[in-house]
Design a binder for this molecule. Structure first.
Ligand code: ZN
Length: 274
């Protein structure tokens, strides 16, 4: 049986939580978060506190979630199977639970070989989500991650490498890809979600503009930890515009301008012009 899978690809801090939750509000899409992270969980961690205490985005404890509970028990019984074999079981369970017409949304982000395998077996479509390099650097500098203290140039290089790797992987494996910018999504959500639905062969549903109403089952990934009231509506995080540091250092980012325009503003009229 051919399953329809949507993958959110790209680097962290690119707005994937917002996209994940907005898509998860569509009646024909169910988000499962970072599926590969769940399937790669070591056995001792699977049996440990993580899944007994943490919540699924549906509100239940992961172990009691109507979708994941049976699968978590099955994963415990089958620790030696390959990631692909485990994914097959997720797909079976998914169509039994939600029906064959429902799209599975996998927000694993990092590109990995199993996605090339998924493409060969099923109808896989990827949304490569990219945040404007200026906004991405500012968001990382505002966080508490010690890896982000290296300064603007090092962060710019990370943005460049991560997005180039994603772009090359998706092209190399011939995966049908939609380039979406976080700024396009957050600044004109209705237009972009409608365009995305068209590309997915689905009717746009205005419920997608209220991401907190998602019906996803996310036990690993950002959306599982989010306070739903914070994403009741889609809003653009414009804090980077007030950064004097970025204003001063912006000439350093010029070599990234073409890739930034191509990936982040692919759907914005006139963005292709130099
Ligand atoms: Zn759940």
């Amino acid at each position: 049986m051919t399953h329809r899978i949507i993958l959110i690809a790209g680097i962290g801090h690119s707005g994937s939580t917002l996209l994940d939750m907005a898509l998860g509000c569509h009646p024909r899409i169910v988000g499962l978060g970072e599926v590969s992270k769940v399937l790669r969980t070591p056995l001792d961690e699977l049996r440990g506190e993580r899944y007994r205490q943490s919540l699924c985005s549906c509100g239940a404890v992961a172990r009691d979630c109507p979708f994941w509970s049976g699968l978590l028990a099955w994963l415990e019984d089958n620790p030696t199977l390959s990631l692909e074999q485990k994914y097959c079981r997720v797909l079976e369970q998914f169509s039994q639970h939600f029906g064959p017409d429902t799209r599975l949304l996998d927000s694993s982000k990092t590109v990995r070989p199993y996605q090339a395998w998924l493409k060969q077996q099923h109808d896989l479509r990827a949304i490569h989500l990219t945040r404007d390099v200026r906004s991405w650097i500012d968001s990382r500098l505002r966080g508490n991650d010690p890896r982000d203290k290296g300064g603007t140039l090092r962060l710019a290089a990370r943005w460049w490498r991560g997005n180039r790797r994603t772009e090359r992987f998706l092209a190399r494996h011939g995966i049908n890809t939609f380039n979406l910018g976080y700024e396009e999504l957050a600044l004109q959500p209705a237009i972009m979600l409608e365009t995305l639905c068209q590309w997915l062969g689905l009717e746009f549903d205005p419920a997608m503009l209220t991401p907190s109403a998602t019906s996803s089952h996310i036990i690993r990934g950002n959306a599982a930890r989010q306070d739903r009231s914070r994403i009741a509506a889609i809003r653009y995080d414009a804090r980077w515009m007030t950064s004097s540091r970025l204003m001063l250092q912006s000439p350093l980012l010029l070599p990234l301008a073409a890739r930034n325009r191509r990936l982040v503003y692919a759907n914005t009229r006139g963005a292709g012009r130099k």
